[in-house]
Design a protein around this ligand. Structure first.
Ligand code: FPP
Length: 257
């Protein structure tokens, strides 16, 4: 089919998408941005610079996701396990996250992006927490891309939290035990109302889910490009999206011959 869109005329950076490819884009993409540390080491730089470079990649990927009209993007920015890293690295990541909001929020809001923070916010320092809450509140009514920024996030903790909420609802008589079904759980996840993850990408060649969006990935397609996150380009992303479009999804069923 003919090339119908050559985004921004930057042919070398983007893989041209056919109308058919556009039709087959995922509705929800998850990304585990892995490899910042290895990239820093490879370039004889401190790990903080690896993360900083990772944020640059992230900016481009968010923009491109929005340009393509994909409905939701979930990024694993800081897991519950990441607190075990050195105080210097945790501090550098926190600062990068704050800087990201300071520098990006206006543009994201202007682009109608809705920001959601997935994860327990109470552990963050007041200044950080305020920044996160303000970003969510400011973009709450936006109807474009939903950007799920997973911070202090763990998939098991998210499901456990939903189970606790169900228990409370049943205890209070708001929910009958018979009404506890998959939708009742989904509705109590951070991603309530969003489609499940269609495509999960983890860079750097590691092939693990690492407690990321466990429930939402039930039928996700997985791609594990070997490139390190700071070197992941929009072209790599397009290729992943096209590869996803070529996958045959059966959702546990069987295709009729
Ligand atoms: C994994 O690389 C990456 C992380 C633990 C953090 C990713 C965070 C960012 C890119 C920036 C922060 C996010 C926002 C929203 C601004 P690694 O350090 O585990 O890499 P390695 O496995 O090579 O050591």
């Amino acid at each position: 089919m003919d090339i119908i869109k050559d985004l921004f005329g930057q042919r070398e950076r983007y893989v041209p998408m056919t109308a058919d490819a556009f039709e087959r884009l995922p509705r929800h993409v998850g990304i585990i941005m892995d490899g910042n540390g290895r990239w820093a080491k490879k370039n004889k730089l401190g790990v903080a610079l690896g993360h900083r470079r990772g944020v640059e990649t992230l900016r481009e990927i968010i923009r491109h996701t929005d340009d393509l009209g994909i409905g939701a993007l979930s990024i694993y920015a800081f897991s519950t396990e990441n607190w075990n890293r050195s105080p210097e690295e945790v501090g550098a990541l926190m600062q990068l996250i704050l800087d990201f909001f300071a520098s990006e929020i206006d543009e994201l809001h202007e682009k109608n992006v809705r920001i959601l923070i997935l994860g327990e916010k109470d552990v963050f320092q007041p200044r950080q927490r305020e920044t996160l809450i303000r970003a969510e509140e400011r973009t709450r009514a936006n109807t474009g891309l939903t950007l799920n920024i997973c911070l202090n996030y763990g998939g098991r903790a998210e499901i456990t939290r939903a189970a606790r909420q169900i228990a409370l609802d049943v205890q209070a008589g708001r929910l009958s035990p018979d009404a506890v079904d998959e939708k009742a759980v989904s509705d109590r996840l951070y991603t309530a109302g969003q489609p499940d993850v269609d495509l999960m990408i983890r860079t750097s060649g590691e092939m693990r889910l690492s407690n990321f969006l466990l429930w939402q990935c039930a039928y996700a397609e997985f791609l594990f490009p070997t490139v390190l996150w700071p070197e992941f380009t929009v072209k790599d992303y397009d290729e992943a999206l096209l590869a996803f479009g070529g996958r045959e999804r059966r959702f546990g069923g069987r295709l009729t011959p």
